[in-house]
Design a protein around this ligand. Structure first.
Ligand SMILES: *[C@@H]1O[C@H](CO)[C@@H](O)[C@H](O)[C@H]1NC(C)=O
Ligand SMILES: *[C@@H]1O[C@H](CO)[C@@H](O)[C@H](O)[C@H]1NC(C)=O
Ligand SMILES: *[C@@H]1O[C@H](CO)[C@@H](O)[C@H](O)[C@H]1NC(C)=O
Ligand SMILES: *[C@@H]1O[C@H](CO)[C@@H](O)[C@H](O)[C@H]1NC(C)=O
Ligand SMILES: *[C@@H]1O[C@H](CO)[C@@H](O)[C@H](O)[C@H]1NC(C)=O
Ligand SMILES: *[C@@H]1O[C@H](CO)[C@@H](O)[C@H](O)[C@H]1NC(C)=O
Ligand SMILES: *[C@@H]1O[C@H](CO)[C@@H](O)[C@H](O)[C@H]1NC(C)=O
Length: 408
């Protein structure tokens, strides 16, 4: 189909107002200009419909107001360039709570689903996504996975995707969720969600990967008060490098093992990380469920003031069934891990006695308490403990906490 040189689209806002917005379609390029007020969602949807295949979509500079969920899951060979600021509305939380789109995982929901094949989303260092997260943080009141609280951007059944050069501020919930994706590259991203009220920014993870493979992450800076890079069930071939995390869980395997089927994790590399003032640095958390964690490397970590840098648990959150978990954790390497712990514990690792951890390897571990002295390494049920390259100073009880509140 040949597009006319210019098409003026008349868009009808859902409130019944008539708004004339120009989505200019020309030679398989849709160019969108922000309205300046009201709701830009209809014209954004129009652009994604008109330019869903072998196309290019350009969002010019300015502020776009997003008042409705967006679902564009059939894109084919589309390159999207965002030069403007996208602001998700916060005066209609009830709308979002009732209308966000389910993402299957843990009954969570999202405000924006993007899927298809051969998709490039570039922000050129200019795109800014503002989730108005403070409103969600306050509404959530330190709660956990509040239903309807939207994940910002969900890559859903997407293959061959590039996301580059976008800044996020105040995300409503997880910044990015990758579900059922293959071959996704996420580079040069900057995320920060920080609460300025008495309530904490709970569950504003940087990214969570789930049922996804061949994911490459490079050069991120994240301040998020929850897990920074979190690799969840059925993630495979995840290569993450050059990430700086502030106030977060830093590099995380998990949670996993709480789904219906087995949760497997294979071949993960976390390399060149900085973790500043964080809860943990290089750690693994599972439920006592089904699946396995195999072949994970944490390499070149530098950190300061991390509550418990290395932590392994088979019974996260509940602390129940720690020794009956049959979810194996094996072939895990920690190499060149350096920094200061908040208290006198460098590592707390309790593996299930029913499925002891296998083939743990440590090289160049230098973790010192920030107040000086030596840090403890607590270990239980690691099969190759004697030759793993790190000396355990004591055993680690079941239900050992993820975060400590003083020296032990
Ligand atoms: C992908 O879309 C671009 C236009 O954005 C087009 O030039 C190119 O030929 C398309 N590639 C394929 C394989 O169709
Ligand atoms: C995603 O977050 C950005 C910034 O954090 C915000 O502008 C945008 O509205 C959010 N989008 C959705 C769908 O939540
Ligand atoms: C992976 O996706 C990128 C686009 O981000 C593409 O250039 C590359 O060819 C894809 N790789 C494979 C093996 O399809
Ligand atoms: C790394 O990402 C930041 C944005 O967070 C960007 O400003 C910087 O240019 C990137 N560095 C490289 C080497 O691409
Ligand atoms: C690594 O990340 C830092 C911090 O974002 C950035 O300044 C630097 O340019 C990045 N290097 C590469 C090679 O991406
Ligand atoms: C283990 O994971 C690394 C990536 O960190 C990969 O290069 C290697 O091939 C994997 N090993 C096996 C045996 O699959
Ligand atoms: C941690 O981050 C803060 C704020 O950016 C900075 O002042 C401090 O020097 C950082 N600490 C380390 C050890 O990087």
């Amino acid at each position: 189909m040949k597009f006319p040189k210019k098409v003026l689209l008349l868009l009808w806002a859902w409130a019944g107002l008539e708004i004339a917005a120009e989505v200019i379609v020309s030679d398989s390029t849709c160019t969108v200009t922000p309205l300046g007020s009201g709701d830009d969602t209809p014209q954004i949807k129009k652009a994604f419909q008109q330019c869903a295949t072998n196309s290019h979509i350009v969002f010019q500079e300015g502020t776009y107001n997003i008042r409705q969920v967006m679902e564009f899951t059939n894109l084919k060979n589309v390159s999207i360039d965002i030069y403007g600021k996208w602001v998700w509305s916060a005066d209609n939380l009830q709308y979002w709570i009732s209308n966000t789109l389910p993402v299957t995982y843990a009954s969570l929901h999202t405000g924006w689903k993007l899927g298809g094949t051969d998709i490039a989303l570039r922000g050129h260092g200019k795109a800014l996504f503002d989730g108005n997260g403070q409103a969600w943080i306050d509404e959530n009141r330190d709660g956990s996975n509040r239903r309807g609280r939207p994940i910002n951007l969900t890559l859903w059944h997407a293959t061959n995707v590039l996301v580059d050069g976008i800044t996020w501020r105040q995300s409503q919930f997880w910044h990015i969720f990758s579900a059922y994706c293959k071959n996704v590259t996420l580079t040069n991203l900057d995320m920060r969600t920080r609460s300025n009220s008495r309530w904490s920014a709970v569950n504003t993870d940087g990214i969570d990967t789930w049922n996804s493979e061949d994911i490459t992450i490079r050069n991120w800076t994240v301040e998020c008060y929850d897990d920074c890079i979190s690799v969840k069930g059925n993630s495979k071939n995840i290569d993450v490098r050059n990430v700086t995390c502030y106030e977060s869980g830093c590099a995380v395997i998990g949670s996993l093992g709480n789904g219906n089927g087995p949760d497997n994790i294979d071949n993960v590399l976390f390399q060149d990380f900085k973790c500043n003032h964080s809860s943990n640095a290089a750690w693994i958390k599972t439920y006592p469920g089904q699946g396995r964690v195999r072949n994970v490397t944490f390499r070149n970590f530098e950190f300061s003031d991390v509550n418990q840098p290395i932590y392994v648990t088979p019974c996260i959150y509940s602390g129940q069934g720690c020794d009956s978990s049959r979810l194996p954790i094996e072939d895990i390497t920690w190499s060149n891990i350096k920094g200061t712990s908040r208290y006198n514990v460098a590592a707390g690792m309790h593996c299930s006695s029913a499925a002891p951890c296998k083939n743990f390897k440590f090289e160049d571990i230098d973790i010192r308490p920030k107040a000086g002295g030596t840090a403890k390494v607590l270990c239980s049920n690691i099969r190759n403990q004697a030759d793993m390259g790190l000396t355990c100073t004591g055993s680690c009880p079941a239900n050992w906490p993820q975060e400590l509140n003083g020296n032990r």
